[in-house]
Structures are given as structure tokens and as C-alpha cells.
Design a protein around this ligand. Structure first.
Ligand code: GCB
Length: 651
């Protein structure tokens, strides 16, 4: 039985959706099609950090007006990448303030001369606040470092004889109590201790505040009347898959829409017309998580064709969206995918690597997914911010289930619960849901990580935030991740699933692994008694320096990490028979943090090193995850499932 709020949302969901509460305003991933072209602007950009005292020299001297090299010296800066670790300059590594990026793009003639073409500049992410100019004209501004934004630049590039355009992007990485994540700037005015004008950025989260153009920047085209957005939501009636779709068109009023749903062989299995409808797929192949089914991650293709009548004649726009048919539901003690109990056995990640920092990188991404599959992981949480769109696409394709988290990490100050902060957090959730709503891999939204939600204003804050997220997307449960110490948490009553982090025998009772079983069992029992909701152990782990060995185990050795994990697993194995629905190790790989006496070149709780080599714990988890997969897959028949062929264990 669906319980309480979950049941209400399950019932209300389709209704709200049908009433048009679905999000408007598109952020469709730019895909090529017969009507759409794209031009990537990745590579070397010109770059300058504004080291002036107030960091505003770039604005005072209007660096966007003329090529950047004319207003001073520039550096070569790769995009996508963080700017921090590519250079040899210590000051640039820890720079706080405005940095300037610039790049010239040469456009195909048709883009600049065909007035029926719409040219869009799309920035995958710019951390944290960005202002964009094209040929010196302001075209966009965006707050938030982890989500894409766009500007229609057609008029600018089609207004003169120029076949090129100069793109300037100023980015400020300063975090304040109202940004997400929040931070504060600490000014030090004692001139006997600090040089004049000295300040530092303080943060309350445990990863390095890398900055720059972290994800692809590109230009793409559409016709002037175009498919702006598509929302799909799926359900299942016996063997029939139901795909509800809604298509939003911009730039014209006279148009027809046709949709076709194709299976993986390219066969049309359903079709429809108009901007809204339901496609019925008899004997549907459901989208199943990796290791849960012999054919996981089945994706259909929704082909949308728009035909519009314009003054210049008839134009067409085409967009193809991958669609997975699956359902998600939550009961008092279970997490259900396609009506079957799903157990999350996976990891928490970071977007983080040597040199590129948080810069998107295909080889790294493919390596990470190969490691996840080797490990037998069926899920991860996008701790602690939304990841690149390309990451989400691979999750859909490989069946890796995602808890999709907002950048609400390090919310500790009372100021960060103000209306200004809440308003921004609501907007970020809108942007996130708009971007990721169609990914079958996304099964739950997480609005925050370990906020001090026992503070008084937190109750209203999280009630509002969670209700808003559910209204945006009634088809998925919502959570935020709490800490085992935060039992008086005012936000937890509003979540559908409890995600709790704990670090027994690490941040307290150091070295005493013998307390873990008792403390963890008490944690689960207390939280379940209070809330009667399914629980995910959303973080646990121990810092481990690869190659440190000590037996009997001591903290920081590979043996200690393994020993600690084993103690957790004993309790998880009991409680997963009751109401614990998942375990996510902290962390997939070692990652960079701020410098502090607690961190030895970053956080070392990875089961892989930062270079993606396994520590001993990776093998231990691999054994566990494949065993869990063998126990929890569906159908439960004894037939050897293909997806388990690579299992290190015979069935
Ligand atoms: C946590 C945080 C995570 C930290 C981790 C740790 O609870 O959610 O961001 O990195 O603990 O290692 O301290």
C-alpha cells in the first residue's frame, strides 16, 4: 500500500500534470536533427582573472567591449575545465571574484543569413554567477553554478555582414549566505596580521569550490517556430506502458504536431498528434535498473515533428527524446520500481578529478561508469549538486538509478533560511526539474544535504521547498539528506524517504569499530519509530590513504576502511529485511577539498583513488553488491540473467 503523502501525490500527480502545472520554458538538451545543428565551442578560450582590489576593474573598463587581449594580458584556458588547477599560480588557484572568458566563433553562412534560423548560445554550467555578452552586447545573466542557461542570439548574429561572433563570459565564484551552496566572505582588517584588503571565502561544505566553465559551451540552431520543451511521464497498466506527453512550442501559433514512439529496433509502437496526449504501448519493455533485470535500461525514442506555417512558408522542427517506461512508488518500508522492491546499492560521487577539477571530461565519465558497473553499483546520488547532462544520459542508458540532488549543501546559517534564500532554492529546483524531469534514471529529488534543519526557520523552509518540488513533479518522491545527529530535524516530516548520513567510529569514538553495530542499529530503530518511512543509509565511510596497511586495523589504513564497512554491512543486512532500502558508500573516489588539518590533500574516503584505482574496500564492496544484485533481481527465476554474466560469482 502506498502510504500517506506518497499516496496523495500518486493520486494527484497525473491530475496536476494534466491541469498544466507541468513546467513551462524549455531546457531541452541540444540534439542534432534534420532541423537542428550544433557547434561546440570547447577548446581554448582567452582568460583573465580580475585581481583589482574591488574585483570590478573589468566592469569599470568594460572588458566585454573589445577583444580581451586589448585590455590586458590573457591566459589560455581550456573549456570545459575549472580554472583553478591548470596553472602554476597559487593566487589563481584560490582566486575569489570575477574571471573573464572570451572566444571568437565563426558561424556557418546559413546561420547568419537565413532569418528563419534561430541561433542559441547554451552554457552547460558556469560556476557561480555569470554574465554573457556577444559582440559586446549583454545577452544573458545566470545565478547558480550547476545548471544550463541559454540566450537567443539570432538578432545579433544576423544583423550585419559579420560571420563571426565574440562571446565574453564574466564569472564570479563568490558564495554568500543566499547562494546555493551558501558561503561567507571573511574580511581580516587587523593589519598587524593580514595584508591590506585581505579576505577569504568561508564555506560549510567539504569539497573544493572549483570554478569556471565546467561544462560544454555550444551554439545550436532551431527554426524560428520550434519545439521548446517536452514533458513525458510514464505509467503501466498491466502489460501496457502509458506515455503521457506534453509538447510546448514557441515562436508561432499555427502548427501541427506529430509524435511517434519507436522501440530499440526502430519499429513504431505508438503514435499520436497534438501537443498533449497519451501513447499506449502494448507489451511494453519496461526501463529496469542495472542488475535488476536481464534487459535493463530499455529506451524508446519519442520522435516529435512540428510543422509550422510561417510568413516564409512551411517549416519543420524535429526533436527525438529517449523515453524509459517505468514507475516509482514509496510505501511505509519499501522503494518500488515497476512495482518491485528496489534496494539501492551504490555510491555517492563528486564531479572531481586531477587538473580539470570539476570540468566535464568524456574519458573520465566513461571510466567512472565502467567502474560503477564493475562494482555492481545500481545507483548513485549526485552529491552535492546537479551533474552534467551527459552523466544523466549515461545513467538512462546503463540503468544506473539516480537520486538527483540540488546544490543545497552547507546550509547552516540562519540567514540561509531567509525568504531570499528560499526563493532562490525554489528557482533552482525549478531549473533542475525542468532539466532532468524526463530521465527515467532519476527516481527521487534531493533538495539538500545535511542542512541545520533543527533550526527554527527550517521547518517552514523545507515544508515549502518539498511541497513546491512535488508540485513541479508529482511523479517522483522527494527527500533531503540528513545526519544521524540531527534527530530533532524539522524538515524530515515532509520527506518521502529518509536519507541519513552517519560516521560511527570515524568522527567520534575514533578507532572503535566495536561501537558501530550498536550505534547504527539504534539510529535505524529511532528514525523508523519516529517517522515510519523507508530509510537509505545515504553516507558512511572512512578516510583511507591508498597503500597504508595496518593489521590490527588503524584509522586511515585500507584495513580500517574495510573493517568499518563490514560492521555497517552486518546491520544493513538485518535492517534491509525491514525498512532500510539502500546503502550508498561515501565516496566513490577521493576528491579535493579546502585545505585543513583534517584533510590530507582532500577527502580520502574514496573506495577508488582520485585517479580511479581501487583500494581494498572496492573489492569488498564489489563482492557485496553482486551478491545483493543476485538476491534482488527480477524476475526471480533461476534463469541465468545476461546482465550478471560478468559477475565475479557464479549464480
Ligand atoms: C558528510 C558530508 C560530505 C562529507 C562527508 C565527510 O556528512 O555530507 O559532504 O564529505 O561527510 O567525509 O566528512
Amino acid at each position: 500500500m502506498l502510504r500517506g503523502p506518497a499516496a496523495v501525490w500518486a493520486a494527484l500527480g497525473p491530475l496536476l500534470w494534466a491541469c498544466g502545472l507541468a513546467l513551462r520554458g524549455g531546457m531541452l538538451y541540444p540534439r542534432e536533427s534534420p532541423s537542428r545543428e550544433r557547434k561546440e565551442l570547447n577548446g581554448l578560450w582567452s582568460f583573465r582573472a580580475d585581481f583589482s582590489e574591488n574585483r570590478r576593474q573589468g566592469f569599470e573598463q568594460q572588458w566585454y567591449r573589445t577583444p580581451l587581449r586589448e585590455s590586458g594580458p590573457t591566459l589560455d584556458m581550456p573549456v570545459p575545465s575549472s580554472f583553478n588547477d591548470v596553472g602554476q599560480d597559487r593566487q589563481l588557484r584560490s582566486f575569489v571574484g570575477w574571471v573573464w572568458y572570451e572566444r571568437e566563433a565563426t558561424l556557418p553562412q546559413r546561420w547568419t543569413q537565413d532569418l528563419g534560423t534561430r541561433v542559441v548560445l547554451r552554457i552547460g554550467s558556469a560556476h557561480y554567477y555569470a554574465i554573457v555578452w556577444v559582440n559586446g552586447v549583454h545577452v544573458a545573466e545566470h545565478e547558480g553554478g550547476h545548471l544550463p542557461f541559454e540566450a537567443d542570439i539570432s538578432k545579433l548574429v544576423q544583423s550585419g555582414p559579420l560571420a563571426s561572433c565574440r562571446i565574453t563570459i564574466a564569472i564570479n565564484n563568490t558564495l554568500t549566505p543566499h547562494t546555493l551552496p551558501p558561503g561567507t566572505i571573511l574580511y581580516q582588517t587587523d593589519t598587524s596580521k593580514y595584508p591590506k584588503g585581505y579576505f577569504v571565502q568561508n564555506i560549510n561544505f567539504d569539497f573544493f569550490n572549483y570554478a569556471g566553465l565546467h561544462r560544454p559551451v555550444l551554439l545550436y540552431t532551431t527554426p524560428t517556430t520550434y519545439i521548446d520543451d517536452i514533458t513525458v511521464s510514464t505509467s503501466v497498466d498491466q502489460d501496457t506502458g502509458l506515455v503521457d506527453y506534453q509538447i510546448f512550442v514557441e515562436g508561432g501559433e499555427h502548427f501541427q504536431l506529430e509524435v511517434r514512439l519507436l522501440d530499440e529496433e526502430g519499429k513504431v509502437v505508438a503514435q499520436g498528434t497534438g501537443g498533449r496526449g497519451q501513447l499506449q504501448v502494448p507489451n511494453a519493455h519496461l526501463w529496469w535498473p542495472y542488475l535488476m533485470h536481464e534487459h535493463p535500461a530499455y529506451l524508446y525514442s519519442l520522435e516529435v515533428r512540428l510543422t509550422a506555417q510561417t510568413a516564409a512558408g512551411s517549416v519543420s522542427d524535429f526533436y527525438t527524446l529517449p523515453v524509459g517506461i517505468r514507475t516509482v512508488a514509496v510505501t511505509e518500508h519499501q522503494f518500488l520500481i515497476n512495482g518491485k522492491p528496489f534496494y539501492f546499492h551504490g555510491v555517492n560521487k563528486h564531479e572531481d578529478a586531477d587538473i580539470r577539477g570539476k570540468g566535464f571530461d568524456w574519458p573520465l565519465l566513461v571510466k567512472d561508469f565502467n567502474l560503477l558497473r564493475w562494482l555492481g553499483a545500481n545507483a548513485f546520488r549526485t552529491s552535492h549538486y546537479p551533474y552534467a547532462e551527459e552523466v544523466m544520459q549515461l545513467c538512462d542508458r546503463y540503468g544506473i538509478v539516480v537520486i538527483d540532488e540540488s546544490p543545497g549543501v552547507g546550509i547552516v546559517l540562519v540567514e540561509s533560511y531567509s525568504n531570499v534564500s528560499l526563493q532562490h532554492h525554489l528557482e533552482v529546483m525549478e531549473e533542475l526539474v525542468r532539466r532532468d524531469k524526463n530521465h527515467p534514471a532519476v527516481v527521487m529529488w534531493s533538495v539538500a544535504n545535511e542542512p541545520t534543519s533543527f533550526l527554527k526557520p527550517a521547518g517552514y523552509y523545507f515544508k515549502t521547498l518539498i511541497a513546491h518540488t512535488k508540485a513541479l513533479d508529482p511523479s517522483r518522491p522527494v527527500t533531503f539528506v540528513t545526519n544521524s545527529n540531527y534527530e530533532a530535524d524539522l524538515g524530515v516530516p515532509y520527506v518521502d524517504v529518509i536519507c541519513v548520513n552517519s560516521y560511527y567510529s570515524w568522527y567520534h569514538d575514533y578507532g572503535h569499530m566495536e561501537v558501530i553495530q550498536l550505534q547504527l542499529a539504534t539510529q535505524f530503530e529511532n528514525w523508523y519509530k519516529t517517522y515510519q518511512k523507508p530509510i537509505i543509509q545515504s553516507e558512511y565511510g572512512a578516510d583511507t590513504i591508498a597503500g597504508f596497511h595496518q593489521d590490527p586495523p588503524l584509522m586511515f589504513s585500507e584495513e580500517y576502511q574495510k573493517g568499518l564497512l563490514e560492521q555497517y554491512h552486518l546491520v544493513l543486512d538485518q535492517k534491509r529485511k525491514e525498512y532500510v532500502v539502500g546503502e550508498l558508500i561515501w565516496n566513490f573516489a577521493d576528491f579535493m577539498t579546502n585545505q585543513s588539518p583534517q584533510r590530507v590533500m582532500g577527502n580520502k574516503k574514496g573506495i577508488f583513488t582520485r585517479q580511479r584505482q581501487p583500494k581494498g574496500a572496492a573489492f569488498l564492496l564489489r563482492e557485496r553488491y553482486w551478491k545483493l544484485a543476485n538476491e534482488t533481481r527480477y524476475p526471480w527465476s533461476a534463469v541465468k540473467s545476461q546482465c550478471l554474466e560478468n559477475s565475479p560469482f557464479t549464480l
